[in-house]
Design a protein around this ligand. Structure first.
Ligand code: CP3
Length: 360
């Protein structure tokens, strides 16, 4: 294990405070996928780096693009620039990106024999470039805002590994779920162990909060979600380092399209839940706000409206959550590559200008 680095003192801790439902002056805000193709400076760095994975593997480039959105907007958190698919890549499945088609794997995992043959990575060794990027970014942030580490959920990672890339109907993994559950459970268990190690390594390297992206949990029935997605996220939550260098490390669970399961998600022991835009945040707060903080939940497509309509939507969501603590403003999913950066700026500014009234 690498030795623990020492970092500059944190100057803006509103994001970490809100995650623990402690009082804040302003509702903290960040955007999922805040570093990415909607920013011309990202596209320029990406062109210099070569492929997307080359960008992720180079700690200087990864650090540069992580900081790009912070130079433009007064965001309250930074998120490590990387991808959830670094984990299956480290399991030797051969990740590559084809322009316009999304991620692809050279090898797929579909049988019990495939799962048994899958190597369990040594994360400190096989994903050392991620930990190096985390430490580099933490130094470069210089205490400005906290750094979020992340991973995909076991279920979401498994969808890519079994399908061989993105999918619309999840035919292969759902066949496995209904016809070969034993093999799928073995795969999810391997992933849960790896993700736990991976997030703990990110925490030791400098991540101050972690988010688990369960992008595809919402395609499951309720019993299947509980058995094949939530159960493994709970296993991860229980295995995480929850306090490091005298600071609590909050954990955020985000299941897209998962609003019907908020109570079960809150029962895992996570500190905060991410919410997409299809559910009212005020109603979510009534259900689970006494146990967890809530992160969300503006429709990313609202950024296609005018700055005035964006501001009105921010006002509506702030009002829906209401007065008090435990809200982290975010989009309900990643920002679109077609979003106008000026509209993203209007969004962040609106949160900062309108939210103090809710924290008196
Ligand atoms: O939020 C951030 O700014 C941090 C960076 C981040 C990326 N991917 C960068 C990225 C994070 C947190 C992710 C997570 C991720 N990756 C998820 C879960 C979150 C979600 O959006 O639901 C998923 C499902 C992936 C898998 C993945 N990686 C997809 C579907 C794609 C898009 C492929 C395409 O061509 O549209 C990627 C590539 C990717 N990851 C890009 C970025 C900025 C675009 C790659 C490029 O520059 O060409």
């Amino acid at each position: 294990m690498s030795e623990t680095p020492v970092f500059p003192e944190l100057r803006n801790d509103r994001f970490l405070r809100a995650l623990q439902r402690q009082p804040v002056d302003i509702t903290p805000v960040w955007m999922m996928r805040q570093a990415g193709r909607y920013l011309p400076e990202y596209r320029a760095t990406r062109a210099d780096a070569g492929s997307f994975m080359d960008l992720c593997r180079n700690q200087d480039f990864a650090c540069e693009v992580t900081l790009q959105p912070l130079e433009r907007f007064p965001l309250d958190a930074a998120i490590l620039f990387s991808d959830i698919l670094t984990v299956p890549d480290a399991m030797d499945l051969g990740l590559y990106f084809e322009t316009g088609e999304g991620p692809k794997f050279r090898k797929v995992v579909r049988t019990l024999a495939d799962v048994e043959a899958l190597p369990v990575p040594d994360v400190e060794r096989d994903l050392d470039y991620v930990m190096r990027a985390v430490t580099r970014i933490r130094h470069a942030l210089n205490g400005r805002v906290p750094l979020i580490g992340f991973s995909g959920s076991p279920w979401t990672l498994a969808t890519y590994m079994v399908e061989g890339g993105s999918s619309k109907d999840f035919r292969h993994i759902k066949s496995m779920l209904y016809a070969n559950a034993e093999a799928l459970h073995l795969l999810l268990d391997k992933l849960a162990h790896t993700v736990t190690e991976y997030l703990n390594a990110q925490i030791r390297a400098g991540a101050q909060a972690v988010q688990i992206f369960d992008t595809w949990g919402g395609v499951l029935s309720t019993p299947a979600y509980l058995e094949f997605s939530l159960r493994y996220m709970e296993q991860i939550v229980h295995g995480l380092i929850r306090e490091h260098q005298g600071r609590k490390i909050p954990v955020i669970l985000f299941t897209k399209n998962g609003a019907q399961w908020l109570e079960s998600m809150a029962a895992t022991g996570a500190d905060a839940l991410g919410l997409d835009w299809t559910y009212e945040i005020g109603a979510a707060r009534q259900r689970v706000g006494h146990r967890v903080a809530l992160q969300g939940n503006m429709d990313p497509s609202a950024l296609f409206g005018s700055p005035a309509s964006i501001r009105a939507e921010v006002a509506r969501i702030l009002d829906s959550f209401g007065t008090g603590d435990g809200h982290i403003f975010n989009l309900g999913h990643g920002i679109s590559q077609y979003a106008d950066p000026e509209h993203a700026k209007a969004f962040v500014q609106a949160v900062h200008e309108l939210s103090p009234a809710y924290h008196k």
